[in-house]
Design a protein around this ligand. Structure first.
Ligand code: WTA
Length: 652
C-alpha cells in the first residue's frame, strides 16, 4: 500500500466553521456513531421515522419490515401507498414552482437550460397523458433509450406517475443489447430521440432503435424526442414525435397511487453469466434510499446545486441525477458532454458556471484529468464546492489525493461511495461533516447498513479488525433490489444463497485496524472497466457468436486509466479466418463500443483443465507479465501450450 493510503485527513474545517456554509447534518464522528448505533439497534424505528420524514405517503404504511434474507421475501412499508413522481415533482412544484429542478448543460458549451419544478410538473403530466392515450397502464414496461437530455428525466417520471416500470438502456449499448433488454422485459414502447450529441460527435440513436426493433414483437410504438433535428428514419404509425404527442394533452395528470412494494423500475446489469439480469427496484424502499443518502452522504441543503456526472443509463444516474436530488426538492445538473470536450477543463467550467456545491464522478475520469495536469483545473472558481464524490470502482490513493488537493483545495470532503445497482443507494461512505477520510477507503457503513467480512470458504463472520474476506450485508435495508425480473431464483442464487442469511455483494473487502472498509474489487467474473460493469461471460458469448470463433476466454487486466481493461483470447474453427479488427467489431456490435476488448489474441488453443474448464487465471498471469508465477499447473491438460501463449502475448 502506498504512503497516501495511510494518511488520515480530518473533516475540512471550512465545512464545520465557515459561516457562509450550512451546518452539516452530521457534524462529528461521535454524532455519526450515535445515529448509526440507533439505526442498527432498532432499524424499524429508524427507517419508519425516516420514511415519514422524507417521503409523502398517500396512505400510511402498517409495518416497516417484513420477511428477510433467509427466504428472499423482504418487503418494506407494507400497505403504504405513494407515488414516486408526486414525491419528486408535485409536492415541490406546489410549494416552490419557480425553483430550478434541473440544469441541462448540453454537449455544446454555452448551451444550457433551466427547468423549474412548475415546468417539470407540466412536462411530466403531458407525457404521462400521452402514454396513457397509447394504452399504457400500471405494471407495463417501457424502454427508455435516450441521450442525457431533460426529456430523459421527464420520461422516468412520467412512467413513475402511472406506475409503469421503466427500463432504461444506456444509449451506448448496441442494437442487439437493446433488443435483448426490450424482449426480456416485454416493453411496449421505446422512448428515444432522433440522435444524441456527445463530445462533439453524433450518436445515431434512432437508427440503432430501428435496427433493434426488427426483432422486438412486443413494441407497439416508438416515441421520438427531437434532439438534433436531423432527418432520421421515421415509420408512422409506429413512430410518433414527442413534441406532436405532448401538444395534444393538458399539463395535468393525476398520479397513480401505488403500493410501497410495486415496482418502480428495472435496470439490467452484468452478472457472472452471459445473460444480463433485470434488477428490480420497488417504489418506497428505493425512493427512501435515494432520499436519505443524497441528504446525508452529500450533506444536501436547500440552496445547493447538485452535479452528478454519470449517465442516466446507469444506476448512479437513476439515483443521484434523478430520484435523489428531486425527491429532496433539489436542483440537479444534467451533463450531456464528456470531461474532455472541448478541453479537459470542461468539468471545472461547468462547476464554476452553475456554482455546483456537490460534484460526483468516477475514478476513471479523475485519473484521466489528473494525467492532463493541474493547469486545466487552475483558474476556475471552484469555491462553491463543499463535497466531491467518487463512485463505481476503487479509487487509488494517488488519484484521491489529486482530487482532494487540486479540485477540492483541501477544503472539500471527499466521499468515496461504495454501492451497486442492486443496493439502490450508497451503503459504505464517509459523511462530509463527520468522517476522517483515508484515501482509497470507502470508510464506514451508512445508517442502517450492517456490513460483515466473511471468510470466503467457510462463510463465517470474521470478527474484529484487521481482517480480509468477502463483503456481505447482514440485515435488509429499504433500497435493496427485491428480485431479478421474471427470475427470482436467479436472485436467490446470486445474492442470497452463496452465504445463507446474508446479502452477498460479490466484492472482496478488508477491514483495517481502525475499522475502515477497503473494497478490493470483484471476486466473481465481473469486470469494472472505466466504471462500467461488464461480465467476462457476456463478452465471451459475443465473441462466440462470430461464425469463425470456436472458443473465447475473457479476462480483466489492471489498467492505469480505466481501472481494468478487457483482454480476450479466441480460437478459431477449423478452416476459418478472422482478424482482430473484425472480432473487436463483433463485441462492439453485440454489446456496445464501451465493451470492446483492448487486446484480442487469436491462438490455437486455450489453457484448460482435464475436465475442459478454461483456466483464466493462467491467461491473467501471462498478460500481467507474471508468467514466472503461474502457480499450480497440475490440473492443466496440456502444459505445452504455455510457452506458445507467452510468446503470442509478447509479440502482440
Ligand atoms: C464497484 C455502481 C470500490 C464494486 C454504483 C461494485 C466500487 C460494483 C465502488 C457495482 C467504490 C462501486 N469503491 N468499488 N466506491 N463503487 N464499486 O452496479 O465492485 O455499476 O460491486 O454500481 O462497482 O457496479 P454498479
Amino acid at each position: 500500500m502506498t504512503d497516501a493510503a495511510h494518511q488520515v485527513h480530518p473533516v475540512p474545517s471550512r465545512l464545520l466553521n465557515d459561516p457562509k456554509f450550512p451546518k452539516p447534518h452530521v457534524n462529528s464522528f461521535e454524532n455519526y456513531e450515535k445515529i448509526y448505533e440507533e439505526s442498527i439497534k432498532d432499524p424499524e424505528t429508524f427507517w419508519g421515522k425516516k420514511a415519514n420524514e422524507l417521503l409523502h405517503w398517500h396512505k400510511p404504511f402498517e409495518a416497516v419490515l417484513s420477511g428477510g434474507f433467509e427466504h428472499g421475501d423482504v418487503a418494506w412499508f407494507r400497505e403504504g401507498e405513494l407515488n414516486a413522481s408526486y414525491n419528486c415533482v408535485d409536492r415541490h412544484a406546489y410549494a416552490n414552482p419557480d425553483k430550478v429542478a434541473m440544469i441541462y448543460e448540453a454537449d455544446e458549451p454555452g448551451n444550457s437550460r433551466h427547468i423549474t419544478y412548475g415546468e417539470l410538473l407540466h412536462q411530466v403530466c403531458r407525457l404521462a397523458n400521452a402514454l396513457k392515450a397509447l394504452g399504457l397502464k400500471k405494471g407495463d414496461t417501457v424502454a427508455i433509450y435516450m441521450p442525457m437530455v431533460p426529456e430523459a428525466a421527464i420520461a422516468f417520471l412520467a412512467c413513475a406517475r402511472l406506475g409503469i416500470i421503466h427500463s432504461v438502456v444506456f444509449a451506448g449499448f448496441s442494437s442487439g443489447a437493446l433488443r435483448d433488454r426490450i424482449n426480456d422485459a416485454s416493453s411496449k414502447i421505446v422512448i428515444t430521440s432522433d440522435e444524441g450529441r456527445r463530445g462533439g460527435k453524433t450518436i445515431h440513436i434512432k437508427k440503432i432503435v430501428d435496427e433493434a426493433l426488427k426483432e422486438c414483437p412486443t413494441i407497439e410504438h416508438v416515441l421520438v424526442f427531437r434532439r438534433t433535428g436531423s432527418d432520421v428514419p421515421f415509420s408512422a404509425p409506429r413512430d410518433l414525435w414527442w413534441h406532436e404527442e405532448l401538444e395534444k394533452y393538458r399539463p395535468y395528470c393525476p398520479p397513480e397511487i401505488v403500493d410501497a412494494e410495486d415496482p418502480l423500475f428495472l435496470l439490467y446489469t452484468s452478472g457472472s453469466t452471459g445473460k444480463p439480469k433485470g434488477v428490480l427496484h420497488t417504489t418506497a424502499g428505493y425512493l427512501l434510499g435515494a432520499a436519505i443518502t443524497l441528504k446525508y452522504v452529500f450533506d444536501y441543503h436547500e440552496n445547493d446545486i447538485y452535479g452528478c456526472m454519470a449517465d442516466i443509463g446507469w444506476i448512479t444516474g437513476h439515483t443521484y441525477i434523478i430520484y435523489g436530488p428531486l425527491v429532496n426538492g433539489g436542483t440537479t445538473v444534467l451533463f450531456e458532454s464528456t470531461p474532455m470536450y472541448p478541453t479537459p477543463s470542461r468539468y471545472w467550467e461547468v462547476v464554476a458556471k452553475h456554482k455546483i456545491t456537490q460534484f460526483y464522478t468516477a475514478p476513471t475520469a479523475i485519473r484521466l484529468l489528473r494525467r492532463h495536469g493541474n493547469d486545466y483545473v487552475k483558474g476556475h472558481d471552484l469555491s462553491s464546492l463543499r463535497v466531491i464524490g467518487s463512485v463505481g470502482e476503487p479509487i487509488n490513493p494517488e488519484a484521491w489525493e489529486w482530487y482532494y488537493e487540486v479540485v477540492g483545495r483541501k477544503e472539500c470532503a471527499v466521499v468515496d461511495t461504495y454501492w451497486q445497482t442492486e443496493t439502490g443507494s450508497i451503503i459504505l461512505t464517509p459523511l462530509p461533516g463527520a468522517t476522517p477520510m483515508k484515501p482509497g477507503s470507502a470508510t464506514f457503513p451508512f445508517f442502517g447498513i450492517q456490513p460483515v467480512v466473511l471468510d470466503p470458504v467457510s462463510g463465517k463472520e470474521l470478527e474484529g479488525n484487521d481482517v480480509e474476506g468477502v463483503l456481505a450485508i447482514k440485515k435488509p435495508w429499504p433500497s435493496l433490489a427485491r428480485t431479478v425480473y421474471n427470475d427470482h431464483n436467479r436472485y436467490l442464487k446470486t445474492y442470497l444463497n452463496p452465504y445463507k442469511g446474508y446479502y452477498f455483494t460479490g466484492d472482496g473487502v478488508g477491514r483495517d485496524k481502525d475499522g475502515y472498509y477497503w473494497i478490493r474489487g470483484r471476486v466473481d467474473d465481473v469486470m469494472n472497466v472505466a466504471g462500467h460493469r461488464l461480465s467476462t461471460a457476456e463478452i465471451e458469448s459475443a465473441l462466440i457468436c462470430h461464425q469463425s470463433v470456436a472458443e473465447a476466454a475473457v479476462i480483466g487486466i489492471d489498467d492505469e486509466l480505466t481501472g481494468q481493461c478487457v483482454h480476450a483470447f479466441t480460437t478459431l474453427k477449423d478452416d476459418q479466418i478472422a482478424d482482430v479488427k473484425e472480432l473487436t467489431l463483433q463485441v462492439r456490435n453485440v454489446i456496445g463500443p464501451f465493451a470492446a476488448p483492448k487486446k484480442i489474441y487469436i491462438v490455437n488453443d486455450l489453457p484448460k483443465t482435464r475436465s475442459g474448464k478454461i483456466m483464466r487465471r493462467i491467461l491473467r498471469k501471462i498478460v500481467s507479465g507474471e508468467s514466472d508465477q503461474l502457480g499450480d499447473l497440475s490440473t492443466l491438460a496440456d502444459p505445452s501450450i504455455i510457452p506458445v501463449l507467452i510468446e503470442k502475448v509478447k509479440s502482440s
